[in-house]
Design a protein around this ligand. Structure first.
Ligand SMILES: Cc1ncc(COP(=O)(O)O)c(C=O)c1O
Length: 404
């Protein structure tokens, strides 16, 4: 299937706006992607047509909304090749990781070990630090090599009989590195550890088959996948979810409640206490169905082309330092400019209509690893064009001239 970027762009109303008198060049999709009309319309439709709370009504609107909410779960399950009961809706990737860490933590003791990596987003560091603080579990980190790859030779030495969990990102939100997750999963399983993959970036740029991966937990956020905010997914193998205690208590997650005791619902509902993000789940379902209509390999090739064009355009820019050059990396360019603070770089680029992120990218340990306090980051998505790549390169050259 050919990939027609102009046809795709036409489905994103926001992309036709101007910023500071210039056409918007949105290169911050790694932080949050823009939304196609299919998502906006699905969310509007449910609010205008059949909105009610889910799972608890006997009237038509409640049944229609429940059907739409559960249809979204089906879309997610098909998208990642999971069973329906293995898909838990959360409010985001962060909440999904917290849910798993808290649940697994309930069974850990001081001295148990958790292996993370130096390139993790804080969402996949802080929940495990909670366990270190509260229980005395030991955190170990797979080092990152200078080119942005994980130091896989170090991993066997980090795995012991006390390793309970290996939790790593599928794709780095800073370096763009796509990690060798199949290898990591096999090694962790050999050591008797469970594996959680943070797929917040990874699933946006490649197809994910949780069964083929044999991963225990896979998490992602809706808003980076062209869906809305306020919705995320926790995939867990059925047996793993069944073994986890509930995360939050409230309505809809119980079997029975009396004054003396409680029993819990089976997964996934055990982990969806209270009124869930109904409209957001329906929006995520629409985003996935919309993506299913595109050729994901063609999208990946398109994004790689845009990235390569930017790198070519910046060839010879000796004032630029790029963080992360791993082979096969995704379309994320994190960089510093000699003598310029990343925040200033982002603000000047904004004058040219170019939106990039600047800061630590919620990855302070990784920033330290590369000896920087911050960087600017351009993250590319399916709707970016070669023309936008050229505008970005030109704007970056002008930005640098400002500091020279
Ligand atoms: C790799 C990675 N993990 C986790 C997160 C957290 O996602 P959210 O803020 O949507 O919960 C992000 C967001 O930037 C991310 O890039």
């Amino acid at each position: 299937m050919a990939f027609d970027v102009e046809a795709v762009r036409a489905e994103f109303p926001i992309l036709s706006r101007e910023v500071n008198g210039k056409p918007l060049v949105y290169l911050d999709s790694g932080a949050s992607a823009q939304k196609p009309r299919a998502v906006i319309e699905a969310m509007t439709k449910v609010m205008e047509h059949s909105y009610a709370n889910v799972h608890r009504g006997l009237h038509t609107l409640a049944n229609e909304t429940t059907d739409a909410y559960e249809a979204a779960r089906k879309s997610v399950a098909r998208f990642i090749n999971a069973e329906l009961g293995e898909v838990v809706f959360t409010k985001g990737g962060t909440e999904a990781i917290n849910l798993v860490a808290a649940g697994i933590g309930a069974g850990l003791k001081a001295g148990d070990e958790i292996v993370l990596s130096e390139m993790e987003h804080h969402a996949n560091i802080v929940p495990w630090h909670f366990l270190r603080e509260r229980l005395g579990v030991v955190l170990k980190f797979i080092p990152v090599l200078d080119d942005g790859r994980l130091d896989m030779e170090a991993l066997p030495g980090l795995l012991t009989e006390r390793t309970k969990v290996v939790a790593v990102t599928h794709m780095s939100n800073v370096l763009g590195t796509i990690n060798p997750v199949a290898e990591i999963i096999a090694m962790a399983h050999d050591a008797g550890a469970k594996v959680l993959l943070d797929g917040c970036q990874g699933i946006v740029h490649q197809a994910v088959d949780v069964k083929a991966l044999d991963v225990d937990f896979y998490v992602f956020s809706g808003h980076k996948l062209y869906g809305p905010t306020g919705i995320g997914v926790l995939y867990g193998k059925a047996a793993e979810l069944a073994a986890l205690p509930p995360y939050q208590g409230g309505g809809e997650m119980i079997g029975e409640v009396s004054l003396e005791k409680i029993t819990y619902a089976d997964p996934p509902h055990r982990f969806e206490a209270g009124t869930p993000p109904i409209i957001e789940a329906i929006g995520l379902g629409a985003a996935i169905e919309w993506l299913n209509g595109l050729d994901r390999e063609a999208i990946a090739a398109h994004e790689a082309r845009i990235y390569a064009r930017v790198r070519e355009g910046l060839n010879g820019a000796n004032w630029l330092r790029v963080l992360g050059d791993a082979p096969g990396k995704g379309a994320i360019l994190s960089f510093t400019i000699d003598g310029a603070h990343a925040h200033d770089v982002a603000q000047i680029l904004d004058r040219y209509g170019v939106a990039v992120r600047a800061g630590t990218h919620c990855a302070e340990p990784l920033m330290r690893r590369f000896g920087v306090t911050s960087s600017a980051r351009a993250s590319f998505a399916l709707y970016n064009t070669e023309g936008e790549a050229d505008i970005f390169v030109d704007a970056l050259n002008r930005t640098q001239a400002f500091f020279a």
